[in-house]
Write a protein that binds this ligand. Structure first.
Ligand code: AMP
Ligand code: MG
Length: 322
């Protein structure tokens, strides 16, 4: 069995395996990551192969602390240090100039590297036991939702890989990504830190304009789209849709708020519509479960775009547009 309890023996085993160029799945507070030694070109390349990830989509390099992150990168742009001090360890990734310490594959040919200091104890233990910086994109097959439970990573990547089970991820959404593509601090991906909290530190963030040359290479790839058609529906329209669907023979899965009042065997109540963090934490797992349930359609209630609600809705809109 590849899913293991993260005790001192399995942490040491994971560290040793990573040191010899192996891949290990580790829990982070955002989602589970598929980790490799960031200095080992062949190891990082094997991440792309395992995930089926396009080779021009760079990966995030995880460091044990701020000093470690600075030691593996070039000169940081203004504002980066302030963001790191405020949000690390935590769900924020900074795209800064690269150095030769990290393998070229981490950066997919760019002259920048994406860095993060994760908060999860198990990931921190492995970082410290190995002494390495660890490249670690989400531990899913590309195109599937990011795994927020060990079993989700196992379902995607199979039994042959060592997976340390750190329980369900506390944030449940990928990290926010900030870069300085034209010198201005720019939001490259919404994620676990609300935009307003980032802007409180660096001022207004430029938006990476979709359409032309993607500033975060990941922007050009289609994200998770469930096999089952997914609709995002305003709270006010939910009840009437429910009445319509009830009279049909098709099977619909409902992912809704506590306030919706909908209940039943095909209904998953995610959280209060005002608890965006609760939605973030449970959404990917609920989508995976619903997608595996053999439904004809999925209906997800739209939640207010405040705080993490904006990142939740961004993921849902991407999942719905296919
Ligand atoms: P993941 O590792 O799957 O969480 O995705 C990392 C995200 O950060 C993707 O959207 C990447 O395109 C983005 N990213 C990583 N490295 C860079 C970089 N050097 N420049 C711009 N975006 C990056
Ligand atoms: Mg990913």
């Amino acid at each position: 069995m590849s899913v293991r309890v993260p005790d001192s023996a399995t942490v040491a085993e994971a560290a040793k395996f990573l040191g010899s160029g192996g891949l290990v799945v580790l829990p982070t507070e955002t989602v589970y990551g598929l980790a490799a030694d960031a200095a080992n070109e062949m190891a990082v390349r094997s991440i792309f192969i395992a995930k089926g990830r396009p080779s021009d989509n760079p990966v995030i390099v995880h460091c044990r602390d701020l000093a470690h992150a600075q030691a593996v990168s070039g000169l940081w742009p203004p504002g980066a240090l302030e963001l790191a001090k405020r949000f690390w360890p935590g769900p924020l990734t900074l795209v800064v100039p690269r150095s030769n310490v990290t393998a070229p594959a981490c950066s997919a040919g760019l002259d920048t590297v994406a860095l993060r200091v994760p908060a999860h104890t198990v990931f921190q233990q492995v970082l410290r036991a190995s002494g390495l910086a660890l490249a670690a994109p989400s531990a899913n097959v590309s195109g599937r939702p990011s795994p927020t439970r060990a079993a989700d990573a196992a379902a995607d990547l199979g039994d042959s890989i060592l997976i340390l089970d750190g329980g369900p991820c506390a944030v449940g959404l990928e990290s926010s990504v900030v870069g300085w593509p034209d010198g201005r601090p720019t939001l490259l991906r919404q994620g676990g830190v609300p935009v307003r909290d980032l802007e409180a530190i660096v001022g207004p963030l430029a938006n990476a304009a979709p359409g032309d040359r993607p500033l975060a290479p990941g922007m050009k790839y289609r994200h998770y789209a469930p096999a089952t058609p997914l609709r995002v529906v305003a709270a006010a329209a939910l009840r009437s849709l429910w009445e319509v669907e009830r009279r049909r023979s098709t099977r619909t899965a409902w992912l809704v708020s506590t306030e919706s009042g909908l209940r039943g065997p095909d209904v998953t109540v995610i959280a209060s519509r005002h608890d965006a963090a609760g939605w973030a934490r449970r959404l990917f797992a609920a989508l995976r479960d619903a997608d595996a349930g053999g439904y004809d359609t999925l209906v997800v209630e739209a939640i207010p775009e405040a705080g993490l609600g904006a990142a939740v809705m961004e993921r849902l809109r991407k999942a719905a547009s296919s």
